[in-house]
Design a protein. Structure first.
Lengths: 137, 146
């Protein structure tokens, strides 16, 4: 990943590790999903791997400048299934991001396919340059 | 001046304990996300009364890019993780998701009705069901003697 050009879109999104894993009373795992963030012509695209999350169990929320994704994963196994061999744990996904003002919050769109969430973060339109009239006394 | 106070002497230990807990938690979190050095995909095998169930998480793999073959008791899964378009490296601000093709072979349990095997692939989760073969009736072996 190149960080040579001081492009302003570089700090449009700052990945933020969530520190507060939910209470252990329910004994569910909460994972931080791996993500990609890349530039597009319109702004930024965020992709997150959320295997097992369906449209109904996904919550995508913006509060103030924080974008939070939470995906609940339902088990696909019957109740009487006993583990014989286990290489991964099944759990929910949680991650949040701080958005800068340069993202147009109103036009954020998202879609979910094949276990991948795609969030489009369009750049806000540049404020028009405005001429300031200088008056002399 | 340092004064030894019995009531508070254990506080640093408690802090340490809390710190270790926190560290362990974060290790657990990243373990799932970064599968460096592990076989891909990770699989779980479960057994119910009438079948074995193999599950694997395969996000970003389209069903048409996934191939399953079974021969000589060996189940081979192969496919590729890919996004719809190629994105030049320099446009990435953060890249944590693995890309590329993968293959993994697993021996399937014995006493499985191979022709009844079924696979379901939804939301990036592959579920392969292997129905157990019915128990064979114990067979009496006749003994002959002169």
């Amino acid at each position: 990943m190149s960080t040579e050009q001081p492009d302003r879109s570089q700090h449009l999104v700052m990945a933020h590790q969530t520190d507060d894993s939910t209470s252990s009373s329910t004994e569910r795992f909460v994972f931080t999903p791996p993500i990609d963030i890349f530039e597009t012509a319109e702004g930024l695209m965020l992709r997150a791997d959320l295997p097992g999350v369906s449209l109904d169990s996904l919550e995508l929320q913006i509060q103030d400048n924080r974008l939070t994704l939470f995906g609940r994963v339902e088990t696909v196994l019957p109740d009487d299934a006993a583990p014989l061999h286990r290489e991964f744990e099944v759990g929910d996904f949680l991650r949040s991001f701080i958005l800068s003002d340069e993202v147009d919050y109103e036009r954020i769109t998202a879609r979910l396919s094949h276990g991948v969430l795609e969030v489009e973060l369009p750049r806000a339109a540049q404020a028009e340059p405005r001429r300031i009239q200088v008056n002399a006394d | 001046m340092a004064v030894f106070r019995l009531g508070q002497s254990w506080d640093p230990l408690r802090d340490l304990e809390r710190e270790v807990d926190r560290l362990l938690q974060s290790v657990n979190l990243t373990f799932h996300g970064v599968r460096a050095g592990r076989k891909y995909p990770a699989v779980n095998l479960h057994e119910s009364s009438d079948e074995y169930i193999l599950t694997a998480e395969l996000p970003a793999t389209a069903p048409e890019d996934l191939e399953l073959t079974l021969s000589n008791g060996l189940l081979t899964m192969s496919g590729q993780r890919r996004d719809e378009e190629e994105i030049p490296e320099e446009r990435f601000r953060r890249q944590e998701r693995p890309q590329g093709s993968w293959q993994r072979s697993l021996p399937i349990p014995e006493r499985v009705q191979e022709e009844q095997l079924s696979a379901d692939f939804h939301n990036g989760v592959l579920v392969i069901r292997l129905p157990k073969a019915p128990q064979e009736e114990p067979r009496q072996i006749p003994i002959t003697s002169d």
